[in-house]
Design a protein. Sequence first.
Length: 101
Amino acid sequence: MRFTTRDADAAQQFDDLVARTLEGIRTEPGTLVYVSHTPVDEPLVRVFYELYADEAAFQAHEEQPHTRQMLKEREQYLTNVEVTFMHETAGKRPSSGPEAT
């Protein structure tokens, strides 16, 4: 996902919202990776990389109260949202089993 914030103040408030939301995301067993990035030379943009164990894990993430609250609040800080869903073809990924902890 790619988010463009309104201005520097909105970017900071959005980052604060993400930090609060991450408190809940850290307990989601099927959410393997959830990282927010700021691209070099684009201080108002945030790019998220999310990786889920499977489609059910993604759906469970979307239904969590902390995620629903973020989805509700985020719009006030943003001017644009771009979402790209991808199919994994190759790579190295974290394990979702008990040995990952």
